[in-house]
Design a binder for this molecule. Structure first.
Ligand SMILES: NC(=O)c1ccc[n+]([C@@H]2O[C@H](COP(=O)([O-])OP(=O)(O)OC[C@H]3O[C@@H](n4cnc5c(N)ncnc54)[C@H](O)[C@@H]3O)[C@@H](O)[C@H]2O)c1
Length: 338
């Protein structure tokens, strides 16, 4: 049985990826610091081991990689919420830059002992910054991050590329668009709106809701990541998107409509409310993902409307997931202190 390390495997995408890899018959070792955004809602199977470790702990990281000799490391350990990065960028520097550096240094060291797992570093479309309406960013598009979050992700990507080239490490980068699906921490747009609907709260939308994002179901992202491990060319970056965008206001209206259709009661306080915009808020992200479509024959399968219905149903049927998270951790508006 092949062994794979997933860092950040208790987060939103990480926990979906861990479950997917176990289904695909890999033994999965999860290295996660278990920060506020991690979930311990599900405990996967016997082919799974969790280490509560910070990726900045080089000694422990090296020890675990030596012990298991994994064929791949998927790096998803990160601080991820833009609003939090505006209030306090330090954690983002520590994990997204220093942590990535530390992982790379561990791999550089282990290469001497012929331990060379393939690194699949998970990055974001936000590194390309605001994209004009008539454009979509391909992998050669210049990096132009706008928030401390996206700047730390961009820095991580640059470090990865430099190590792959200079030290000839084996690895690829994925730059993916916005994910949605089960197990997402409710500070993020879709689960936040769903949680507010359940709790008879207003639905806050930044500015006039014209910000446009490209959405992918997390399952499609996990399938793309496995494909990158199996077929991605070392040293390369791959955009992972659907090619379809939606404005935040249209998205929230859609969530409301679907919720009504599937019988969730919309109570009197649940109404859209426009609130002050996020400082530095990018208006649009849009990927050109033709490289992964053409070269690796990967394509997203989940249609947005169907994925969204399934996602809303999941949060409804798994209310325990949202109920176990303290509201103090996500109800307060963040990211306005500039
Ligand atoms: N969610 C999205 O829409 C999206 C889109 C594109 C890319 N990404 C990228 O995917 C990755 C995962 O995102 P997510 O949405 O699942 O995030 P998340 O916040 O849900 O999970 C992050 C996980 O990383 C862990 N972690 C944080 N710091 C750590 C450290 N120093 N050492 C070990 N573990 C640590 C946390 O405990 C948590 O379990 C991130 O790199 C993010 O930038 C996310």
């Amino acid at each position: 049985m092949k062994k794979i390390i997933v860092t950040g495997g208790s987060g939103f995408i990480g926990s979906n990826l861990v479950n997917y890899l176990i289904k695909k018959k890999y033994y999965v070792i999860n290295i996660d610091k278990l920060t506020y955004s991690s979930n311990r809602y599900n405990r996967p199977s016997k082919n799974y081991k969790l280490y509560k470790i910070d990726i900045n702990n080089k000694l422990k990281l090296i020890k675990i990689i030596k012990k298991y000799k994994p064929t791949a490391i998927f790096n998803l350990a990160a601080e991820t919420h833009v609003d939090r990065s505006i209030d306090g960028p330090r954690n983002f520097i520590n994990t997204n830059i220093n942590g990535t550096f530390n992982l790379l240094e561990s791999l550089r060291y282990l290469k001497k002992s012929k331990i060379t797992p393939k690194l699949i570093h998970v990055s974001t479309d936000e590194v390309y910054g605001d994209i004009k309406n008539n454009l979509r960013s391909d992998e050669n598009f210049k990096y132009d991050p706008s928030s401390p979050y996206s700047a730390t992700k961009a820095s991580g990507d640059h470090l990865i590329k430099s190590y792959l080239r200079t030290y000839k490490l084996n690895g690829v980068i994925s730059n993916c668009c916005n994910n949605y699906g089960p197990y997402q921490f409710p500070e993020k747009l879709i689960p936040k709106m769903i949680s507010n609907i359940f709790n008879n709260k207003e639905l806050p939308i930044y500015a006039k809701g014209k910000n446009s994002r490209e959405w992918i179901h997390v399952q499609d992202h996990c399938e793309a990541l496995l494909k990158l491990y199996l077929k991605g060319k070392s040293g390369e970056s791959y955009n992972v998107g659907t090619g379809k965008n939606m404005t935040n206001i249209d998205l929230v209206k859609k969530i409301l409509k679907i919720s009504k259709q599937i019988g969730i009661s919309i109570k009197n306080k649940t109404k859209i409310k426009f609130v002050k915009d996020r400082p530095g808020h990018d208006l649009r992200y849009a990927l050109n993902s033709s490289k992964i479509f053409k070269q690796l024959k990967w394509k997203a399968k989940v249609k947005f409307d169907e994925g969204l219905i399934e996602t809303i149903k999941w949060y409804f049927e798994n209310k325990k997931f949202l109920n176990q998270i303290s509201k103090k951790k996500y109800e307060k508006r963040l990211g306005l202190k500039v």
